[in-house]
Write a protein that binds this ligand. Sequence first.
Ligand SMILES: Nc1ncnc2c1ncn2[C@@H]1O[C@H](COP(=O)(O)OP(=O)(O)OP(=O)(O)O)[C@@H](O)[C@H]1O
Ligand SMILES: [Mg+2]
Length: 677
Amino acid sequence: MGRIRVLPDQVANQIAAGEVVDRPASVAKELLENALDAGATRIRLEVEAGGRKLIRISDDGHGMNRDDALLAFERHATSKLRTADDLLSISTLGFRGEALPSIASVARVSMETSTGDEAAGTRLEIAGGKILHVEDAPGPRGTTISVADLFFNTPARRKFLRAESTELAHVTALVTHYALAHPEKHFELVSASHTLVAALPVARPAERIYQIFGKDTLAQLLPVAAEMPLDRPGLPEPPPWKRDPAEPARVPGTIRLSGFYSKPELQKLNRNSIYIFVNKRLIRDRLMLHAISEAYRNIIPPTSYPVALLFLEMPPEEVDVNVHPAKTEVRFRQQSLIHDFVRDSLRNALIKSRPAEGFLNALEKAPAASPTLMPSAVSPLPGAPEAVPPEPEIPPAGPNETFELTPMPIPAYPGRLPFENATAATDLLRSALSNTIERAVQFPNQSGVEGCSPDLSTLQQSMALETAEVEAQQAEATLNHLGALRPMGQLRDSFILAAGTDGLWIIDQHVAHERVLFEKILRNRRVEQVQRQQLLMPLLVELKPWQMVVFAQISQELERNGFEVEPFGPQTLAVKAAPVGLGGESLERMLTEVIEQASAESNEPKSNEDLTALRLRIAASIACHSAIKVNTPLDPAQMEWLLSELARTEHPTSCPHGRPIALLYSWKDIQRAFHRI
Ligand SMILES: Nc1ncnc2c1ncn2[C@@H]1O[C@H](COP(=O)(O)OP(=O)(O)OP(=O)(O)O)[C@@H](O)[C@H]1O
Ligand SMILES: [Mg+2]
């Protein structure tokens, strides 16, 4: 007997389910897309236990008659595709005829559907791929599908599901994405009688953004609209012998881009706020992400990401959607053309919208690297009082150059003071100074300015630093120096210049204070002596729906750090108390930053390691946002206080994010520069 067997349908469906259905959100995605394909204008989702127990979706689309309702659960049964040629120009979201049978093979499904023009509708029940029950069920036009007990018959897959709150966050994100793509439709998401999304139909995409993200986000976004006629169609003409003379020749279509992008001031730590839709399908696409980064190149730091909601419309022939089982990736037939179109349209829009006044001023003031401390650049003329070098001339900005702010790559610093070697020391000093000052001046309102780049990897590096013996020795060596420093003044109200026996020290006041606060916060938290202050008025912070879910995951740790925060309506938090020293805008920024970082991880912190990382991150973020800012004048007493506090920290050489705090221009280097040795 041969070895090969054809798999039973149920097994084949479960295999397909492995590709299409991996968590409640992917079930929700398939069902939502079916509702949209059915022309629904009102879609309501209810979930229980993050969708693990139940996902129910009701739509007012065209519904199905009895035969179609039964066929819908057959493998490869679809109303959206007839011939292989149709695959070349798909204008519906679904086309594989696989979603419903896949879902029905791994859950208990029931469906009620009615076309509205027949006497009776249909109700069916299916579990583990078997039809259990079919009956008449009169009802209005539309379809309701309930998916209960996901993976009830595949325990191995059930094990991979995350905490309910995590799954709920994914479902919420998904619904909001589709709601953004279809402002004219009504979307609702309800979980345990809690409304997470309620988006009534609106006329314009901007109004939908307002509904979903709130007014603050909308205020930071700018619209983009562009179109480009194509020179040629993406699909080549079929060869003459295959050409149907009745069929008109292919005509090149037009690509349109519309949507919103963020001003340079709004920067995110990850790509989670970039949404790309192609013909109203939400996709992940590296090519598009690249085009967006290119558009923002030199406008925001390479480690930051913008917010973008981009809708690309093009003839269906221009895009192959049949490249990924979950249909989340596509292939453009004219890839580089579309990449360049998106990059250039966005970049032009960015340039046209021109930076805000303050931004331009900052640019004009942005200093170049100060060469005074460079031995080679020091004026060789003895006696010439060249204490202040002439300000470098800033070339007039051409239309395309307005935004070319940070052409210099930010060097990776070692988190200590390797100034043994004179050349390395001066190079490091020069680039560190110029970069820090440039960043500081260019992004005065960004947390990044202050030297906080709190992504987990740097924090982890910082954690490693904290334990490294070598580093401890290094810190000890510098500790003595810092204690004995005599502050002389500030450079641009941002860096403290201090004289020490070993040379000239330059201390970044923000990161120095950040280090002091970071250690204090961790210490106080350990002994449960966090100092909190009641706010006179609760501060209201608007969050995105899925961020509310993330907030619930980390609220306990926030509380232990001195926060008293309560949900205030479906998308708003009310902060009633906060750690001492944190208020107003910095408080809001700190909270959203921590929530954003936590949502980037997308899993609930469970292990001790996760919790430690979360604790460190929260401490680092509080420290960063309450520390003295750059561009702040300090009097001598304040400088002295800061230096002595810094000298008392365990790790005075690097900030919680691993950046250096102090740079030394050694006595030896100074003497050498003046040709005294
Ligand atoms: N909510 C709905 N309203 C009306 N018809 C529906 C609905 N959901 C599914 N159908 C019908 O059932 C068919 C099968 O749905 P299914 O999701 O399995 O496949 P598909 O959407 O055609 O392709 P894909 O597997 O890519 O999603 C659809 O082609 C459609 O005709
Ligand atoms: Mg489908």
